[in-house]
Design a protein around this ligand. Structure first.
Ligand SMILES: *[C@@H]1O[C@H](CO)[C@@H](O)[C@H](O)[C@H]1NC(C)=O
Length: 287
């Protein structure tokens, strides 16, 4: 009798331990990528929220093209190195981009193992034991169109398709965020933050490299290969709701669309809501 009790108790402890370990590994790694001019610090609030929700692997990536004169490939490589660290360790991944960061995560996932029911092409066959990508979340995505990837010659120069705040210093190859005197970053990016906080984040902005911003994309992940969630900010002054809708309405685009009462940098103004969306799209619907 005593023996049975002992066995069932250790079995109990064993099961509990197993369950706890499972609960942890159920959370994917989250790889977060800021937009032009921004440092990964803008994901600090969201990172704290996700840590409280028991997410263990949280990486906010610094874009090499912010503060350095490098091309887009450097940005893509920086994201890929973090992404494959997790995939190769067997961890599933959710990628989160903000603005131009969505362009970068879209390039980085080209050829990566994925879960997808809608894709015509099969998932990578070498993915045994590796993690896969669950979803891409575009927070106010500033992204390439299907047209410009299919017909690169049709891609407009970025001078013609950028928010008014982009300030081009053509002699140096730098772009800064102070191009519109009527819409300084405090209003273009952080219009829902208290003024002092908006000033604080404006002071942290750096230049972006023109070559990285003006490069032509080589891949579109949102036509069925991946689950891609476009999050529209209803108070976004940079990628306005109308502009976001034009991306969403492209023929052939297959987005899941979410709306937040947010400005352009929703990770700072609406961290709980953004974390909630990351949790929502952390669940693999095809498992
Ligand atoms: C920017 O991109 C456009 C279109 O791809 C290209 O024609 C143009 O030469 C680029 N601008 C610069 C200054 O490199």
């Amino acid at each position: 009798m005593q023996l049975t009790l002992l066995i069932s108790c250790s079995l109990c402890a064993f099961l509990n331990l197993g369950l706890a370990a499972d609960a942890r590994s159920n959370k994917p790694a989250v790889v977060m990528v800021p937009g032009a001019f921004h440092s990964p610090e803008v994901f600090g609030k969201v990172t704290r929220q996700l840590a409280q929700a028991d997410y263990e692997f949280l990486d906010a990536v610094a874009l090499p093209s912010v503060g350095h004169l490098v091309g887009r490939q450097a940005d893509t490589n920086a994201v890929k190195s973090v992404l494959y660290k997790h995939l190769n360790a067997g961890r599933d991944v959710v990628l989160v981009g903000n603005s131009y960061g969505c362009t970068v995560i879209g390039e980085a996932v080209n050829g990566a193992p994925r879960y997808s029911a809608s894709s015509a092409s099969p998932v990578a066959t070498d993915s045994v034991g590796r993690g896969r990508i669950i979803s891409l979340i575009y927070l106010a995505g500033y992204i390439p169109t299907i047209q410009e990837v299919e017909h690169p010659a049709s891609k407009p120069d970025i001078h013609d398709v950028s928010p008014a705040l982009f300030n081009y210093h053509d002699d140096t190859g730098k772009v800064t965020a102070d191009g519109d005197p009527t819409l300084p970053p405090q209003k273009a990016f952080y219009n829902l933050l208290p003024p002092r906080e908006a000033d604080y984040w404006t002071g942290k902005l750096d230049f972006s490299s023109f070559d990285a911003l003006n490069a032509t994309a080589t891949y579109i992940p949102y036509t069925g290969d991946f689950e891609v969630v476009y999050v529209v900010g209803s108070q976004d002054k940079s990628v306005t709701p109308e502009w976001a809708q034009a991306f969403i309405d492209q023929p052939g685009a297959k987005f899941t669309v979410e709306h937040l009462d947010a400005d352009h940098i929703s990770m700072l103004s609406k961290p709980k809501e953004v974390s909630g969306l990351i949790v929502k799209y952390s669940k693999n619907p095809y498992a």
